[in-house]
Design a protein around this ligand. Structure first.
Ligand code: CDP
Length: 228
């Protein structure tokens, strides 16, 4: 079975996919991490991000792997080197949508994404999973949330366990909101595989729901499918 979870930045796809994977024994595939890995490789090798041919070539050449496979601690590597933390920086956030918009980059990611799902139950998250990567996925979810709430969650996640002043928190939320809106705009308006809900996706707005409530809704969808 394949569960596709698509949606904008910070809507909770990763958290929900992780929970679903753990609870139902699916393997999680984070396709955003792959586009982040291409972006990181380009920046590290000083490949001009505006040079589409060079970026396409890079995406075809590097080997992206998921060494730990599944579970709580999913890791990602480029040519054998773990980049799991390095892909989660503001610099990657700011540049990934440009790289992900190149059709050649997307084509290079498609084969490994589909190969990943061969012979196993997968919960895959991204922007085009239900529309392009796995259009025949048994369950499709389009997960959204109010942009300000998404920015707030991102900032709280970034500073988990830390204490800081309310003004500092507000300033960072405002900054993060602007970055998220910019990325959503690029992802939604590109020509190749834009962020859009598949016609047969179940839309879930997580603004007012807890993680457990969203997972419970997906559990219902799984039970319906399995019973069908
Ligand atoms: O976790 P967050 O929502 O911030 O982003 P992500 O899922 O890690 O994706 C990072 C970026 O990769 C997105 O903003 C898209 O530009 C791109 N992406 C894509 O084009 N197609 C996908 N299936 C997944 C991500």
């Amino acid at each position: 079975m394949i569960i596709a979870i698509d949606g904008p930045a910070g809507s909770g796809k990763s958290t929900i996919a992780r929970e679903v994977a753990q609870r139902f024994g699916f393997t999680k595939l984070d396709t955003g991490a792959m586009y982040r890995a291409v972006t990181l490789s380009a920046l590290e090798r000083a490949v001009d991000l505006d040079n589409e041919d060079a970026i396409d070539e890079l995406a075809r050449t590097i080997q992206i792997t998921f060494p730990a496979g599944s579970g709580e601690n999913v890791r990602i590597a480029v040519d054998g080197a773990d980049v799991s933390e390095a892909i989660r920086t503001p610099r990657i956030d700011a540049n990934v949508s440009k790289v992900a918009a190149y059709p050649g980059v997307r084509a290079a990611m498609l084969t490994p994404q589909r190969a990943f799902a061969e012979g196993r139950d997968v919960v895959a998250e991204g922007r085009d999973i239900g529309t392009v990567v796995f259009p025949a996925a048994e369950i499709k979810v389009f997960l959204t949330a109010d942009p300000r709430e998404r920015a707030r969650r991102r900032v709280l996640q970034r500073h988990e366990g830390e204490e800081f002043a309310a003004e500092a928190l507000e300033a960072e939320i405002a900054e993060t909101l602007a970055a998220i809106e910019r990325r959503d705009d690029l992802d939604s308006h590109r020509a190749a595989a834009p962020l859009v809900a598949a016609p047969d996706a179940v839309a879930i707005d997580s603004t007012a729901y807890t993680i457990d409530e969203v997972v419970a809704r997906i559990a219902e969808l799984i039970a319906e499918r399995r019973g069908a």
